[in-house]
Ligand binder design. Structure first.
Ligand code: CP3
Length: 355
C-alpha cells in the first residue's frame, strides 16, 4: 500500500502533534454538490450509487477534488445497508427518506433475523472500500462507518424515519428482552461489518449514533452505549502497521460525555449544542474530539462562517486532539462556495494553535 501523504486526521485522533487542525464534513459527498446530483442522475438513484463500487468511488472523490483542504475521505454508502442485508428490503421514496418493506415488531421477527456476512451479503461495500483506497493512492485517509445498534433499530422497528420513535420506545419499555436481542444481533453485525471495512482498507471508523440523544439517561447507557462499547471491544485496532482510530458520535450526547469517553473509542464526535472547550475539560486526556460547528452556519456569509470557525478553535485552545467537523451532516441547500470558505478558514486560523 502507498504511504499516506497527509495523515494529520489520523494523528489528531491519536493526539499526536499536527501542523494545522484537520477537517472533513459529515455528508461531504451529497446533494449540495451539483456533480453529485449529476452522478446520481447518471446512476439512476441513491442506492445504485451505493451498490456500484465505481459510482461509490466517483462520488467519494468529488468533494476531495473540489476542496483540496479536506483531510479525510469517507466511504460513500449508508448506515441502512445492514438492515437491508438482514432482509428488511430498503428503498428510498423520493423526498420521503428511507423505507423498509418489512418491519420488525415481535420477538419472533427478531429471532428470525440473520447476522449478515460482510463478504457475502455486503460485498458491494467491501469492494467500494478497496476501490476508493486504490483511487485515493495515499492522498488522505479513508473513513469507514456504520450506524449504532440503537440507531439502526429505530429504522427497523419504525419502518423508516420517525419523529417520536413511538414503536421503538414502546418495544424498549414493554419488551426489553426483545429489544436487547435485536441490539445484540445488530452489535454482532456491526462488529463484523466494520472489521470487514478495516480489512478492505478503511483507516479509521466512525459509529453514527444519530438517535442516541433521544433516550433517557438510563436508557442511553443500557440500550445504546453498552452496545457501542461491545462493538469497540471487538474491532481490529491496528492494520497495515498503523492504529485504526474509532470515533463514536452520539448526536445529543453532550450530557453524557464522561461516560461516552470511557467506552473505549479514540475520539468523540460532538454536535453543536456543547462548547468544545468545556467538553475538552470534561473528557480530559482520554479521547480526542471531533466537531462541532452548527451546520446551519453554512447558510451565512463567508465572513460569518470564518468568525464561527475562529470561535470554536479558540474554545478548543492549543494543541492536538481536535478534528474539525460540523456538528451533523451538511445540508442539501448549502452553497458549495460557503463549504469551501469553511474548510479554508479551519486551516488558515488553526496554525496558531499548533507548535
Ligand atoms: O458522509 C458522507 O459523505 C458519507 C455518506 C453517508 C450517507 N449516509 C449518504 C447519504 C453517511 C455517513 C450516511 C449515514 C446515515 N444514513 C445516517 C447517520 C448520519 C446522520 O446523518 O445522522 C443516517 C441516519 C442515515 C439514514 C439515511 N440515509 C437517511 C435518514 C437518509 C435520507 C436523508 C435525507 O437527507 O434525505 C439517507 C439518504 C442518504 N444517505 C443520502 C446521502 C448522500 C441522500 C440520498 C440522495 O441522494 O437522495
Amino acid at each position: 500500500m502507498t504511504a499516506l501523504k497527509n495523515d494529520r486526521f489520523l494523528r489528531a485522533l491519536l493526539k499526536q502533534p499536527v501542523d494545522v487542525t484537520p477537517v472533513w464534513m459529515m455528508r461531504q459527498a451529497g446533494r449540495y454538490l451539483p456533480e453529485y446530483r449529476a452522478s446520481r442522475a447518471n446512476a439512476g438513484d441513491f442506492m445504485s450509487l451505493c451498490m456500484n463500487p465505481e459510482f461509490a468511488c466517483e462520488v467519494t472523490m468529488q468533494p476531495l477534488d473540489r476542496y483540496p483542504q479536506l483531510d479525510a475521505a469517507i466511504l460513500f454508502s449508508d448506515i441502512l445497508t445492514i438492515p437491508d442485508a438482514m432482509g428488511q428490503g430498503l428503498y428510498f421514496e423520493t423526498g420521503e427518506g428511507p423505507r423498509f418493506k418489512k418491519v420488525v415488531s415481535t420477538l419472533a421477527d427478531i429471532e428470525a433475523l440473520p447476522i449478515p456476512d460482510p463478504h457475502k451479503d455486503l460485498g458491494y461495500v467491501m469492494d467500494a472500500v478497496s476501490t476508493i483506497r486504490r483511487e485515493l493512492n495515499g492522498r488522505v485517509p479513508l473513513i469507514g462507518f456504520s450506524g449504532s445498534p440503537w440507531t439502526l433499530a429505530t429504522y427497523m422497528v419504525e419502518g423508516g424515519s420517525s419523529k417520536d420513535f413511538r414503536k421503538t420506545k414502546a418495544m424498549l419499555y414493554d419488551n426489553p428482552q426483545a429489544m436487547h436481542l435485536l441490539l445484540d444481533k445488530l452489535a454482532q453485525s456491526v462488529t463484523s461489518y466494520l472489521n470487514g471495512q478495516i480489512m478492505a482498507g478503511a483507516q479509521a471508523v466512525q459509529i453514527f449514533d444519530t438517535w442516541g440523544g433521544n433516550l433517557s439517561a438510563a436508557a442511553y447507557q443500557e440500550f445504546s452505549l453498552a452496545y457501542m462499547r461491545k462493538i469497540v471491544s471487538g474491532l481490529i485496532r491496528e492494520h497495515e502497521g498503523r492504529k485504526v482510530p474509532v470515533i463514536m458520535f452520539t448526536k445529543g450526547g453532550g450530557l453524557w460525555l464522561e461516560s461516552i469517553a470511557d467506552a473505549g473509542a479514540d475520539a468523540l464526535g460532538l454536535d453543536w449544542t456543547c462548547d468544545i472547550g468545556e467538553a475538552r475539560q470534561r473528557v480530559g486526556n482520554r479521547v480526542a474530539l471531533q466537531g462541532n460547528m452548527d451546520p446551519t452556519v453554512l447558510y451565512a456569509k463567508p465572513e460569518a462562517i470564518r468568525t464561527e470557525v475562529g470561535r470554536i478553535l479558540a474554545s478548543y485552545g492549543k494543541g492536538t486532539g481536535h478534528v474539525f467537523n460540523l456538528g451533523h451532516g451538511i445540508t442539501p441547500e448549502v452553497n458549495p462556495e460557503h463549504a469551501g470558505a469553511f474548510l479554508r478558514a479551519v486551516h488558515e486560523l488553526s496554525a496558531q494553535y499548533h507548535e
